[in-house]
Design a protein around this ligand. Sequence first.
Ligand code: ISL
Ligand code: CA
Length: 558
Amino acid sequence: MNEAWWKEATVYQIYPRSFNDSNEDGIGDIPGIIKKLDYLDRLGVDIVWLNPVYDSPNVDNGYDIRNYRTIMDELGTMEDWEELVARLHERDIRLIMDLAVNHTSDEHEYFCESRSNDRHHDRYIWRSPDDDGPPNNWESFFGGSAWEYDERKEAYYLHLFDIKQPDLNWQNPDVRDDVYEMIEWWLDKGVDGFRLDVINLLSKPDDLPDGDPDSLLPGSEHYVNGPRIHEYLQEMNEEVLEGKDIVTVGEIFGVNINEARKFTSQDSDGLDMVFQYEHMLFDSGYERWEKREWELADLKRVFSKWQTKLRDDEWNSLYLGNHDQPRIVSRFGDDGVYRVESAKMLATFLLTLSGTPFIYQGDEIGMTNAPFDTLADFRDVATIKPIQDAIRAGRISGYEEVKEGASFRSRDNARTPMQWANEEQAGFTEGEPWIDVNPNHTEVNVERAIRQRDSVFYHYRELIELRNDHPTFVYGDYELLLDDHEEIYAFLRTLEEERFLVVLNFFEREPAFDLPTRIEYEGRELLISNYPADVCQSVEQRDLHPYEASVYRLPTAN
Ligand code: ISL
Ligand code: CA
């Protein structure tokens, strides 16, 4: 058992634009975060992951970086950032920053030069037109060709994301050296680690071959874990990460577990952990607005695999949502009648598994998806552009046609302002928010959650405490029970003499819970539940309550 502080930690993800506004301009900012540190302390988290706060023209809310060493004006100053780190550290909370180095903004100094005077040409991926068309058929994550033609330069540049996010050419050692230097610079300023944005997309093959036109994302087969990816990450590790007391988590898109192990294994790339993506895909379809039904069997299959197949020197992250995904109660729970119960059930799931749990802001009070009645309600380029393109191409008649799926899947669901109170604009801002607050803030808000002893908030807090008190939840073995049950997800966590049973009902129905007889339950103790203790005492032969989540300590491990 290789112990580490970041394995035992609970992470809280802050999307700064939507967290708390301190100066009435409607945009969350760093001073706004500083004002809420008591709140984070109260929740009991150990690490904050901050989405990008660097200078940016904001086509992709900060994932289009213009200058890696300054803070975006709207979010505050470098002094504010320094104060944030100092205040967090005073409370023993560490800070990890977002490292987005697959691409920069097209307003980055080097891209401007590569465009206008050829200096730094090789830092980006420029190609001459091929028979008057783009160099290949690769498509952007945000829809349309991944190539943009520059009239003046008479060449195309590659952008896997927005037109204003040109991809860096990682083949160029100068690009890599700059990134390593920038990492050092932030480490010297006191950051405790990084979340590495789309880190497995860095390496593109030399000849840029066409992708399979029928695939979900033509071209991705060539740059997802491209030819030199592990070489680059090993180099980054050796140059700047290795041996430092920091934590790194790589976002790896479209990677199976065997491949993923190379990223986290200490004798390979040496990242501390990865965000695997499999459980984010099984309810999505070909189009951005497609919503498919998911089955508990899928969730069990994916999670059980990641719980059991990593080696001793490999580690997993745990997340159910983030700034790119629908709200977790709306997706995996119930955002109507059983909002509170299901939010607590999902919290129990997240915080009793092996791996480092990441809580996305607002999930700790059970925030839900938002309405988005018209296309104008959205802010996210990845929602708006594909719909506009489809309307323009006549593939759909208008927003109404895709509203149900689009409003469900949109990344903006996670980006509506944090709901602090039953006040104008949910107490997020005294001005006009950059994106509408969810109308249910009258009911779902922090103030109320803090007041009510049985709120989702306190459930998260208790689960975090439970995890801190029992290393079994962090390091213990995982064993799935009732493999084929369609509604109940139950598992054991065992470490030496300690054993816990976690029972989760993922639906509203009240299934009978029959435990396998081979396990000893006599003398069990209920540790936490989302229903009153007296109705959850018995585990054998009873019906579970809607969205029930109960955790028991079992007498001995045998
Ligand atoms: O958002 C997605 C699905 O809704 C993904 O396709 C997402 O674009 C992908 O996971 C990469 O995400 C990361 O890089 C993007 C940025 O827009 C996301 O916010 C970020 O998390 C480009 O930097
Ligand atoms: Ca502000």
